[in-house]
Each structure stands twice: as C-alpha cells, then as structure tokens.
Design a protein around this ligand. Structure first.
Ligand SMILES: Cc1cc2nc3c(=O)[nH]c(=O)nc-3n(C[C@H](O)[C@H](O)[C@H](O)COP(=O)(O)OP(=O)(O)OC[C@H]3O[C@@H](n4cnc5c(N)ncnc54)[C@H](O)[C@@H]3O)c2cc1C
Length: 380
C-alpha cells in the first residue's frame, strides 16, 4: 500500500505496474492525484535539472548521494520520453514541460486504475500487528508492505500535510518538525522601503551561511521573493544575509566613469537605485565627487546586510525543511531500519533540494530505489 498519490508515490506505483506488480493500493486524501505536480513550476513543472548534486540539498550528504546515484536526471528524462513527454531547458539547466505539468501527471498515471486508487481518503494513523493497519476516515486498511509518500506540509491548499510526522511517531521513528522553505521573506522595519518597490525585480546574489545563491529578487508588498530569495530561504534560519545588487561586476568596474552620477551606473531599475541610495543615506552625485565615507556606502551595494523578519508561511512555501531522520532509513532500499516492509519516500524525509527541479528529482530517485526493492518482494 502506498500512502500519498503525489510525485514519489505515483512514480513508485507506475514502476511497479510496469514490472508486473499489480497488487498495489494508492491512498490519497485529495480528489485528484498529483496536485502538487499540477501547480509546480508555474504550471509547467520544473521536473529536473541538468546538474544535480548532493550539494544542492539540505540533508545527510552520503544518504542523498547514494539515493540520487540510482536515478540520474538523464534516466528520468529517458523515462519521460518513453511516455511521450519531452521537457526542455528553459534556463539555468532547469527542465520544464513544453505545455503543462499535466504531461508529467499523465506519464505517471499509466497503470493506475480506479480499482487501485482510493481518493478522498485521509490517512489518520498507523498501528502494527502482524501486518500494518492504516486508519483512515473511511475505515482501516491492512497492508503487508507499507510506503509512506505523503510529502511535507508545504502548500496545504493542494493537500500538503504533516501527517507523515505523526505516522513516523506512531512507528517510533525520529523526525524534525517541518518549517517552510523555498519561500519569500518578510522584512524588518529598516527594510520597509523595499515594499514600495512591489512588482520590480532585479538580478542579485544572496550570501547566506556558506552558500551564495544567484537569481532574480522580486520586491513584493509583503517583503521580498523571487528565485534568489526562494533558494536562499532553504539555508536561512535566522540572522543576517547579505545581498549583492551588482553580482556581475566589481565596484571598480561599475563606477569607472567618474563624470557620471552614481545612480546611473548601478545597473538596477531606476526606482530601486533611488530608494537604495536613500536607504544607504548616500546623496546621488558624480562618481568623482564621492568621498571616503561615500565609497564605504557604495561598497554596501555588493554586500547589503539585512535580517529577514520571517517568511511568507506554509501557504506560499514550495517545500519544507525537516522530516524523517534518514539515519533510520536504508539508502539502498528506502526501507526503515526499525520496521521490515516499511518505506519512506520523497519530501517526508529530512532532505530538501534547492529551487530548480531538485525536489522532483529527489522524489523520483527515492521512488526508483524503493521500486527496485519492493518489486523483488512482491514478485516472490
Ligand atoms: C507551488 C509549488 C511549486 C513547486 N514547484 C516545483 C518545481 O517546479 N520543481 C521541483 O522539483 N519541485 C517543485 N515543488 C516541490 C515538489 O512539488 C515536492 O517536493 C514534491 O511534490 C514532493 O513529492 P512527494 O511525493 O514527497 O510529495 P507530494 O508530491 O506532495 O505527494 C504527497 C501526497 O500525499 C497526499 N497526502 C498528504 N497527507 C495525506 C493524508 N493525510 N492522507 C492521504 N494523502 C495525503 C498529498 O495530497 C499528496 O498528493 C513545488 C512545490 C510547490 C508547493
């Protein structure tokens, strides 16, 4: 039995069907399958990335590495091609569907029938006797093999929930609570000026801890968002981050034309340059007129310090940090080390990828690892 008909649960089921294991039941509380896939990548599903490495993930590196090595982005693309889905790179190595995310859902639903799918069925708890007993709002279901693929609590509006953690608790597994990541930041009073720029975006890099993330920063009425912020949010817990508003150029190069005004040489949208200078308490003037004190402020354009106030919350988050402790899972099979025939897949585990197709690649790779093991057991 597979709990959750999302990315990892569907990939597992379709692989098992392909191998002749038809005795599978998928349990899903939504009225439809794959609802997170449907809304992903702005409706076009960023299904994977050209460059996938354990370094793109928060999680135990050896564990992540082992699982990812079982199913490469190339293998995923080949699988999709066999089902007439041909994603292409849009930017930064990110593969998106040509028309819509429905292409991926259709590829994954092959083999699944009404008989093997229980929709509108909410898993509530699990107990273990001689078999696993799954308690749902529609009654109890017994299973010899149980796969927990219920994802994280990000985006509750399409079914995200933290049931995975309470199921883990039922079975004595260790976990870390979910917190929203791949999400915009709210700002402190000192950065309220940013809200006035709502709708404007600019290319930046953001330094957070040991990571530097590049991409667009989008000013929003609640704070800041956009790919650079979403990626950086994966690594931010609290405290200072620095934003480089001129990521492709040094201060010396940017301000080499001494007779020009500072604002015209910043290479950012006009309204942003005005408010940035105001916030740095730097009067716009000719570059040749900058004094030593002014140059110190100009330098801050490449390392603008700010402490986010918080984030936009679960309803806006594309993923969650936290999940089941992977030291209790076998990376060769995805089976629990505490209970035989119990498996965990995808985002319910304490592994989270950066923005850019990494989370689907993780969900699918974990499903393939599990399928290889379960297939043997089910065909025994
Ligand atoms: C808006 C948005 C955009 C995203 N875009 C991308 C992207 O472009 N690229 C990328 O790589 N990642 C993206 N992600 C992240 C990606 O969707 C997830 O990491 C991935 O779906 C995780 O797969 P999963 O199988 O672990 O969980 P899910 O795909 O979330 O599947 C879990 C399933 O379990 C079901 N479920 C939950 N609780 C219960 C319960 N109590 N009973 C029964 N069923 C339950 C859920 O409804 C869901 O169908 C995005 C996420 C969001 C929210």
């Amino acid at each position: 039995m597979v709990l959750g008909a999302g990315a990892s649960g569907l990939m597992l089921a379709t692989q098992l069907y392909k191998k002749g294991c038809t005795n599978i039941l998928l349990v899903e509380h939504n009225p439809k399958i794959g609802m997170k896939i449907k809304v992903s990548g702005g409706g076009k599903c960023n299904v994977t990335n050209e460059n996938v490495n354990f370094d793109n993930y928060l999680g135990e590196h050896d564990f992540v590495k082992k699982v990812l090595s079982a199913f490469s982005p190339k293998a995923l693309l080949e699988f999709l091609n066999t089902r007439n889905v041909y994603p292409s790179i849009r930017s930064l190595g990110q593969y998106f569907c040509k028309k819509s995310a429905d292409e991926v859902i259709s590829a994954l639903e092959i083999g699944i029938s009404e008989k093997t799918l229980l929709l509108n069925t909410r898993v509530q708890s699990i107990s273990k006797d001689s078999a696993y007993i799954v308690h749902t709002n529609k009654g109890d279901i017994e299973a010899k093999h149980l796969v927990i693929a219920v994802g994280s609590s990000a985006y509750p509006q399409v079914g995200g929930s933290d049931i995975g953690l309470s199921l883990a608790k039922d079975l004595n597994h260790t976990y870390t609570a979910f917190t929203p990541v791949l999400v915009g930041w709210t700002v402190q009073k000192e950065q309220f000026w940013m809200k006035e720029l709502s709708g404007i975006s600019t290319y930046v890099s953001i330094d957070v801890g040991h990571k530097k993330l590049f991409g667009d920063l989008l000013f929003a009425h609640k704070g800041i968002s956009g790919p650079a912020v979403l990626s950086a949010s994966l690594y931010w817990k609290k405290g200072l981050v620095t934003i480089d508003f001129l990521p492709n150029i040094s201060i010396k190069e940017a301000f080499s034309q001494k007779k020009k005004q500072v604002s015209t040489q910043m290479g950012v949208p006009k309204r942003l340059s005005k408010l940035l200078l105001e916030n740095l308490e730097l009067k716009d003037k000719k570059i040749q007129d900058l004094n030593e004190q002014d140059w110190k402020k100009v330098e801050l354009l490449k390392a603008y310090p700010m402490s986010p106030a918080g984030n936009f919350g679960l309803k806006k988050a594309e993923a969650c940090r936290g999940g089941i402790d992977t030291s209790e899972i076998d990376a060769k099979t995805m089976e629990s080390k505490l209970h035989k025939n119990l498996y965990f897949l995808g985002e319910v585990l304490d592994v989270t990828g950066e923005l850019g197709g990494y989370n689907f690649q993780w969900a699918f790779a974990s499903a393939i690892v599990c399928a290889n093991d379960l297939e043997k057991k089910m065909l025994e």
